[in-house]
Design a protein around this ligand. Structure first.
Ligand SMILES: Nc1ncnc2c1ncn2[C@@H]1O[C@H](COP(=O)(O)OP(=O)(O)OP(=O)(O)O)[C@@H](O)[C@H]1O
Ligand SMILES: [Mg+2]
Length: 261
């Protein structure tokens, strides 16, 4: 049974319809990535799952049950944690204070206490462990992103939604963050990853969903999507030219993707 399903979900913001009948399914223990360009609707999907936004139509199902009517904090208690785009950490607070906030509304669901969850999280983020008392606002973009993910993990989620974790992060740390996401899957955490960085996202994901203008235009095994010339051209920054060179370029794109994947 999938851990998360969206069935024909449409949504929008006051006056503007954004998503049109999105259907997706994510099995427990997998990473699914939502890829697509600026404004495609990735973050909107993330918000629908975590309960920040309510669908106009369709259903969000978590662990076999509709989450209709459940608030974001209800869903956090069920095990859905959302690490929002732009991190939104509290810059004036310490690392430890930020982390504790992540566990704020959920202790009743946890069999382990906050201190052991903190120890678990610190194991994944040694850089944070050494700086628990530091003010978070002084951290680099990448370190703040790690803190945001760590804060999300403090609720001991079953589903972790990561919205653009690579945004505003230096390239070296981006690799580290993607490796870390894979390790979290290794811990049995199911991950929904929204990313403009389609290449890296598809290289670590099991399934991929391509969103364009609020529509799901393609879906499939992440490796297959990464190998598709169409995807390469549109989302991986590898252009195919017209005419006779087209096949050659597509081939080159596939070669390149095999190397980077
Ligand atoms: N709070 C809002 N109010 C009104 N419109 C919004 C709001 N948030 C997003 N939108 C619009 O909804 C559409 C989808 O936005 P969304 O943030 O889901 O895209 P995205 O795929 O996450 O893009 P990005 O890669 O830039 O983060 C865009 O046209 C955007 O302008
Ligand atoms: Mg977004």
């Amino acid at each position: 049974m999938p851990l998360l399903e969206l069935k024909g979900v449409s949504a929008g913001y006051t006056g503007a319809s954004v998503l049109n009948k999105i259907t997706l399914s994510l099995d427990a223990g997998e990473i699914a990535t939502l890829v697509g360009s600026n404004g495609a609707g990735k973050s909107t999907i993330a918000k629908l799952v975590s309960g920040i936004l309510t669908p106009m139509q369709g259903e969000v199902i978590f662990d076999g049950k509709s989450v209709k009517g459940l608030s974001a904090s209800d869903r956090l208690r069920l095990g859905i944690a959302h690490v929002p785009e732009g991190r939104q950490i509290f810059g004036g607070m310490t690392v430890l204070e930020n982390l504790r906030l992540g566990a704020y509304s959920v202790p009743s669901r946890l069999s382990m206490d906050i201190e052991s969850q903190l120890a678990f999280v610190c194991m994944f983020f040694p850089v944070l462990k050494d700086r628990l008392g530091d003010v978070a606002g002084n951290f680099s973009g990448g370190q703040q992103q790690m803190l945001a993910i760590a804060r999300g993990l403090m609720s001991r989620p079953r589903l972790l939604i990561l919205d653009e974790p690579s945004l505003g992060v230096a390239p070296l740390l981006v690799n580290e963050i993607f490796q870390l996401i894979q390790r979290l899957r290794g811990e049995g955490i199911t991950i929904l990853l929204a990313e403009q960085n389609a290449r890296q996202a598809l290289s670590i994901a099991d399934r991929g969903y391509v969103i364009e203008n609020g529509q799901m235009v393609m879906e499939g095994a992440a490796a297959a999507l990464a190998g598709s010339a169409d995807i390469a051209e549109r989302y991986l920054g590898i252009g195919t030219s017209i005419g006779a060179n087209e096949d050659k370029d597509a081939r080159m794109a596939r070669e390149l993707l095999r190397i980077v994947a």
